[in-house]
Write a protein that binds this ligand. Structure first.
Ligand SMILES: *Cc1c(COP(=O)(O)O)cnc(C)c1O
Length: 432
């Protein structure tokens, strides 16, 4: 496979953009090699600058649930753009997308649009703090909620529960109010509440931990979390930036029958344009300015192009049978991966919910990954890197990291999945 143009472009990019990329994982740091510079996408495929075609299971990290350049989405953007790209004043498109999301996602009465998942989570926490008059928050090790200072913290090794920043530049004071618990461990959460009974505003959680690979919540874990939060007068923020419109059409809250206080959304809601949102119960959302006093704003928030792309995407996704078809492809792929791994006796953990999937290569046959510590301990990142490159060479584009989820779109065909599984098989045969 000729990748000389991507190599040249990457060299040039590194002169002017830190690491040559505008978001770190894109640099292939954890798998090595040269990131492909993408020139176009159509349906389930992307083409790089050298003209190589790949079946895309990254889909811009989740948003493109209808595949690349879906005609109704492109039309909506073009027609909207012809009337101007932004006004800084309200539009009917914002009402329409708000009404549609409220109709689709069970717990949501009101919604505020922002421009990214990061902004959504940051604002949701400000809202929870404003609403409860409390300052501490609980986050879970290995969960990702964007790059806001107070959330850039996992578990400081040696300090079990106090927040130590993961990145230089994050003041210790900013994360001092961020308490950390392991994922899938309700006792740890209860201990935090018992130690801080009147000062925790909210817990924020990924309903499926899909930024450390793909870890499902244990049965009853998420409902237990909601109950604990309410017992101590705190709110539960369900971060559905990734699972929204993917775990089921109504998100993980519909898939797992949950009623969170606040929900954060991103990715699919913008149909491939930059959109995030925080949303929830009317009584809580009424605290947001200008009706309430919690300040949050955005020059381009509710941008008409982004609203139009989101509306076109959710409208199509909601059409009879569309979601189910994508889900059936995800099941076909996950079951196929399980079978291939079993055939070669390779220890692996494979997961799938709705239109999302993920898998780990395990370093030990009977290991099970259920939280961040076990993910770091048992995930075989070397084998993943080899596998990743084997697939890439044959035109299958997975996330360039073991600790990311994969995605299907309505454009992926049974043949695409069959081809992918055949390549997985031949790649495994050559690397083990
Ligand atoms: C992607 C993601 C975010 C951050 O969204 P950005 O749009 O990248 O800022 C937050 N939470 C979860 C669960 C995510 O997957």
């Amino acid at each position: 496979m000729d990748t000389s143009k991507s190599e040249t472009l990457f060299q040039r990019a590194q002169q002017v953009i830190p690491g040559g990329v505008n978001s770190p994982v894109r640099a292939f740091g954890s798998v090595g090699g040269t990131p492909r510079f993408i020139e176009k996408g159509q349906g389930a495929y992307i083409w790089d600058a050298d003209g190589n075609r790949y079946i895309d299971y990254v889909l811009s990290w989740g948003p493109l649930v209808l595949g690349h350049a879906f005609p109704a989405v492109v039309d909506a953007i073009q027609q909207t753009a012809a009337n101007g790209t932004s006004y800084g004043a309200p539009t009917e498109l914002e009402n329409q997308l708000a009404e549609l999301v409220i109709d689709i996602v069970p717990s949501i009465d009101m919604i505020r649009f922002v421009n990214s998942g990061t902004e959504a989570c940051m604002s949701a926490l400000r809202l929870a703090r404003a609403y409860t008059g409390r300052e501490k928050i609980i986050k879970f090790a290995g969960n990702y909620h964007g790059h806001a200072d107070m959330l850039l913290v996992q578990a400081g090794s040696g300090v079990a529960t106090f927040g130590l920043p993961d990145s230089p530049g994050v003041p210790g004071g900013t994360t001092a109010n961020t308490l950390i618990a392991p994922y899938n461990d309700l006792d740890a959460v209860r201990n935090l509440f018992e130690a801080n009974p009147d000062s925790i505003a909210a817990a924020i959680v990924e309903p499926i931990a899909a930024n450390m690979g793909f870890v499902l919540p244990d049965d009853g874990y998420l409902q237990g979390l909601i109950d604990l939060c309410h017992e101590y007068g705190a709110l539960l923020i369900l971060d559905e930036v990734m699972t929204g419109f993917r775990a089921s059409i109504g998100g993980a809250q519909q898939a797992f029958n949950l009623d969170p206080d606040i929900t954060t959304l991103g990715k699919v809601i913008g149909g491939g344009l930059p959109v995030g949102a925080y949303a929830g119960k009317r009584e809580i959302m009424q605290h947001v300015a200008p009706v309430g006093t919690m300040y949050q704003a955005g020059t381009l928030s509710g941008n008409p192009l982004a609203m139009a792309a989101g509306l076109a995407t959710l409208t199509e996704l909601r059409r009879e049978g569309v979601f189910e078809q994508i889900e059936s492809r995800a099941i076909q792929l996950a079951e196929g991966i399980r079978a291939v791994m079993a055939e070669f006796d390779v220890p692996a953990q494979v997961g799938q919910v709705g239109t999302m999937f993920g898998f780990y290569f395990l370093t030990q046959p009977l290991a099970s990954i259920h939280d961040y510590a076990s993910a770091k301990k048992f995930a075989d990142t070397d084998r993943y890197a080899q596998f990743f490159h084997g697939l890439l060479e044959e035109g299958v584009y997975l996330a360039p990291s073991q600790f990311e989820a994969g995605f299907l779109s309505s454009a992926h065909t049974e043949d695409d999945i069959d081809y992918t599984l055949a390549v997985m098989k031949s790649t495994l045969a050559s690397i083990i």
